[in-house]
Design a protein. Structure first.
Length: 281
């Protein structure tokens, strides 16, 4: 436990960790949160603040602070999640290997303890950095966008029925960030190039997203005979499923799927690290 705390603290004080936090905030502010159906213009939080007056913000329920906080968790934010979380630990850990500092850490403990500590410190830091960025973003949105009490007309009535549970949203972001730290962590044990380590999980997630979209289109191909079994499968394996798991009707199945996937990556990581004969060089 002490080694884990020391390793986590080292990552938290690194430049990569705070770069991850900053990138999370930037992508959340850049995510589409509102679409004007008359002009088909899509607005991010940045664009909404610059293009709309305070009165105009209160006339669209999508621009209420609680809706912005919920709906910003999409778009580029989810797509680039594997790269964002990887910035926390990949540059630091690859630098340690290049400097042969890993040898000394293994000799002071053991290869197994070092591998376990390395894995969990990276995963926890990835989830923590993304969550910290989301919390800072939410605080800024709460100050810059109107709250429910300031909305007018139909929007005010509509928002009264919206379930807003901020702790659940934060938990979803942490689980999402922690899980998408795992592929990059696994790549560390088989690759030395930090750019490949950060990019391979990104392309893998993009491929999964495209596959899920294609399956969803097939499920809705015949509106009179929607493939409900396929939709349930998609909800479980959706690469963004952990973001909304606290609101999902398939929480247990989704959690089990991602837990098994994470356990497989962890087992392969430990096995490969144990088999390495270079002591981390």
């Amino acid at each position: 436990m002490r080694n884990l705390i020391v390793s986590f603290r080292k990552i938290m004080t690194s430049r990569g960790f705070w770069l991850c936090v900053g990138m999370t905030i930037l992508l959340l502010f850049s995510a589409p949160i509102y679409t004007d159906f008359d002009t088909q213009n899509r607005y991010s939080a940045f664009r909404a603040l610059t293009d709309f007056s305070g009165e105009e913000l209160t006339s669209h329920y999508e621009l209420c602070s609680i809706m912005v906080i919920q709906n910003a968790r999409g778009g580029w934010f989810t797509l680039f999640a594997p790269i964002i979380t990887a910035f926390c630990f990949v540059p630091l850990m690859t630098a340690e290997r290049e400097e042969n500092a890993v040898r000394f850490q293994i000799f002071r403990t053991s290869k197994l303890k070092y591998s376990i500590t390395r894995f969990f410190s990276g995963v926890i830091s990835g989830g923590t950095a993304m969550t910290l960025g989301y919390v800072i973003f939410s605080g800024a949105v709460a100050m810059l966008f109107p709250g429910v009490s300031r909305m007018t007309g139909y929007e005010a009535e509509f928002l009264k029925d919206i379930a807003f549970d901020f702790p659940k949203l934060v938990l979803g972001v942490w689980l999402f960030g922690a899980f998408w730290s795992i592929p990059a962590m696994f790549c560390i044990c088989v690759l030395n190039n930090k750019y490949l380590i950060m990019c391979i999980p990104f392309f893998a997630k993009y491929a999964l997203m495209q596959t899920v979209q294609k399956l969803s289109q097939n499920a809705y191909a015949d509106f009179e005979h929607i493939d409900k079994a396929m939709l349930r499968f998609i909800n479980i394996v959706n690469p963004d499923g952990l973001l909304w798991i606290t609101y999902s009707t398939q929480q247990r199945t989704t959690a089990l799927f991602f837990a098994i996937t994470a356990a497989v990556f962890f087992a392969m990581f430990i096995i490969i690290m144990q088999k390495r004969g270079d002591c981390g060089a």
